[in-house]
Design a protein around this ligand. Sequence first.
Ligand code: GLA
Length: 392
Amino acid sequence: MEQRMKLILSKLRANYKIDEKEIRITVGPGRVNLIGGHTDYNMGFVLPCAIDKDTMIAAAPNNTDTVNLFSINLNDSISFSLKSLEYDPQDRWANYAKGICFYLLEAGHEIGGIDGVLQGTVPIGSGMSSSAALEVSIGYIFQKLFNLDISPKELAMIAYRAEREFIGVQCGIMDQFVSVNGVRDSVIFLDCRSLDYEVITMPSKDLQVVILHTNVKRSASSALNQRKNECFEAVKLFQQYDSSIEALRDVTPDFFEKHKDFLSPILRKRSQHIVYENQRVIDAKDALKQEDLEELGKLMVESHRSLAKLYEVSSKELDAMIKISTDVQGVIGSRMTGAGLGGAVACIVENEKVDDLIKAVYLRYPQLTNKKPITYICKIADGVREVPLNEL
Ligand code: GLA
């Protein structure tokens, strides 16, 4: 942490003329979702946690209307005026920052230009939500630099709107919400409709979250948009039988079984996944509270199967990771994390079995797929936070 802060601060001082007293540093984490695949934009339930892979930003106000940011990872600078905040594909990652500024201003928050340097440790395109980490960290640095009165829910909503409305990815609220509200060593049971949530402490400190990356980058946005449309079409058909249904979250298993034959095979599969996945999230929350890790693991694997067979967002590489990991003793459960179609699998593993898992993955994954895996060992971390400069 210290080394990283020093690097970011030295770049900040080298690239911009900074008023030392004004510098603030924020960290926005990525996330892993233990269960609840694609339920968020159907107004259902999810069970994610924030992880210790994040985006760190150091910045200071520059008393202009211009936002200047430099990314250490990309070795790239961006610059835009707060007076013209329009999405432009040419602007690459600047659009995330522009989106945040746009919704901050729209909500009436008074912000000015800043100079900042950022560095991220969330792998891009891996299903760990590097975009939420970036959005939330940017939102929070503005909040700190301009002393804005923003609740955690509002910050999550601003970051969510930046992703969904400004960037145009038809995602749900999960990633941004948990990046703001995550709690160390705990998972968040979130109702994506009401945004009520419960913090559930992991039953044991002897567990790790291990990410098995397929080394295939996923293109989440088109798949998400298509699945979302299919779910909305299914809702319209269910509404013919009960007009109070507003989202697939409102369809119970009984109601689904009664009316499923009126759906086309594709819409039937998509809605079957969502209806039963919501129940699995509730069951997984109860299992965690009862410290029944075996049940949690079973539900995670069932969730993956359903995402593969019914929602059709798995891949042969993701399935290979599930096969390999579930064969290792001490792995509690595993499933794809994020949108799917590439990206990564998240496993909950007993501490002393992490090495066995990693060895098995490096041995068997290339045999099954001809590709090299990438693995990350993560801790469950707090949500967005400020790092005081005196920690240096
Ligand atoms: C992506 C989206 C999330 C969620 C997941 C699937 O990560 O950003 O909102 O829909 O896919 O569970």
